[in-house]
Design a protein around this ligand. Structure first.
Ligand SMILES: [Zn+2]
Ligand SMILES: [Zn+2]
Length: 380
């Protein structure tokens, strides 16, 4: 497309009130899940923030220590929460590096009274245990104190979402799994999807020190999407030993805290497991994270630049692989008109590289989904 045509398209899109063209966005790399010695990680806030900026060369990082820990029992003091918020201000230089204050809402089944005999128990809330798993919560501006998982007022995802929405923050589901720990992770009202905007993406199977672990991360997320849930995908190291790394690519208009929040809120982000795989994904010219209406069969455009040979690029529709490309190169670009589209679909792209880490896990990337509804001729 010529420069003039791109310009006309951008103007047209602005005139109809939709998001600007992809050219308006920059890709920023960050880590949305990082611990320090304020909870059960190593290193101070200064250590982690300095590493993120100067060693990992991240554009942004979200500090997410636990609100509660087990060795003690322990809870994050208000003074520590205030310190996190001060430190992120100190390290943030718009356009260069953005630090964000967050915490990990750490729900555990032992908070409920009817835990099984012999199970650890704190019996804070009546009834059978809930397996809500953990959620990272973060804010664009200071808030007085965190909304914790042991407080009756914010003990469920619905209650937490209500409080965080009022404070202007965002939430992400952490380390999803089809195992028992994640049983109730996505058990919240659809009205919460706007504030529980993203989910940390993990593969279904991982290798560690010669052993194979079935996590069911992507499967748990697909099950949620099939039930009508809406979530974007982010990646986090969950580092406890001072090693933040690039795991989330955010497409934002500028490297500022408000612009990053705007992008994360609209799920304009993708997750990577290791290498910085650059992934652009659009349907009918619209960006990842959007909910769109089409007049005819959707046109899906994918553009991937890896750091190694791309083993597979899969287009996933409603939890099932619709098509795969197996380029023997580090870059691939293709379009696909989905002639079998039947009125509603949720698409995303998953990339697998030919490389592997020391444990045998390849680098992967996942775009956030695009939700498509048909309205018009050509769509049955
Ligand atoms: Zn966790
Ligand atoms: Zn964590």
């Amino acid at each position: 497309m010529s420069t003039a045509a791109v310009h006309c398209l951008a103007v047209a899109l602005l005139l109809v009130g939709v998001s600007p063209g992809f050219a308006a966005y920059h890709r920023y790399w960050g880590d949305v899940h990082v611990h320090t010695n304020l909870s059960d990680g190593k290193g101070s806030l200064d250590d982690v923030l300095t590493y993120a900026r100067d060693v990992a060369h991240l554009d942004f990082v979200i500090v997410t220590d636990h609100d509660f820990g087990n060795g003690g029992p322990w809870r994050m003091p208000k003074a520590d929460w205030e310190r996190v918020q001060q430190k992120v201000e100190e390290y943030t230089v718009p356009g260069k590096f953005v630090a964000i204050a967050g915490y990990e809402w750490t729900s555990q089944p032992k908070y409920w009274s009817e835990v099984g005999p012999g199970e650890p128990s704190e019996r804070l809330f009546p009834g059978p245990p809930r397996f809500y798993n953990h959620k990272n919560v973060y804010f664009p501006a200071p808030v007085p104190y965190l909304f914790n998982a042991k407080d009756q007022a914010t003990q469920t995802p619905d209650l937490l979402a209500q409080a965080v929405r009022a404070a202007g923050g965002l939430i992400q589901n952490n380390h999803p799994t089809t195992g028992p720990d994640g049983h109730d992770q996505f058990d919240y009202a659809r009205s919460c999807d706007a504030v529980i905007a993203n989910t940390e993406m993990l593969p279904d199977v991982m290798f560690y020190q010669g052993k194979r672990y079935v996590i069911g991360g992507e499967r748990a997320v697909c099950d949620f999407l099939r039930r009508g849930g809406k979530t974007g995908f982010v990646g986090g190291t969950d580092t406890h030993d001072l090693k933040p790394a690039a795991r989330t690519a955010v497409y934002a208009t500028a490297l500022t805290r408000p612009a990053l929040f705007e992008a994360l809120r609209h799920r304009r982000n993708c997750a990577v497991s290791q290498a910085r795989i650059a992934l652009d994904f659009r349907v009918d010219g619209r960006h990842m994270g959007e909910e769109i209406t089409v007049e005819g069969p959707p046109t899906i455009a994918v553009d991937v630049t890896g750091t190694d040979t791309l083993r597979e690029v899969a287009l996933v529709r409603d939890g099932r692989v619709l098509l795969t490309e197996t380029p023997s190169a580090s870059h691939v670009r293709f379009t696909h008109v989905d002639g079998s589209f039947r009125g509603h679909a949720c698409y995303y792209v998953r990339v697998t590289q030919a490389d592997a880490d020391a444990n045998g896990n390849p680098s992967r990337a996942w775009s956030s989904p695009i939700w498509v509804s048909g309205n018009g001729e050509g769509v049955r």
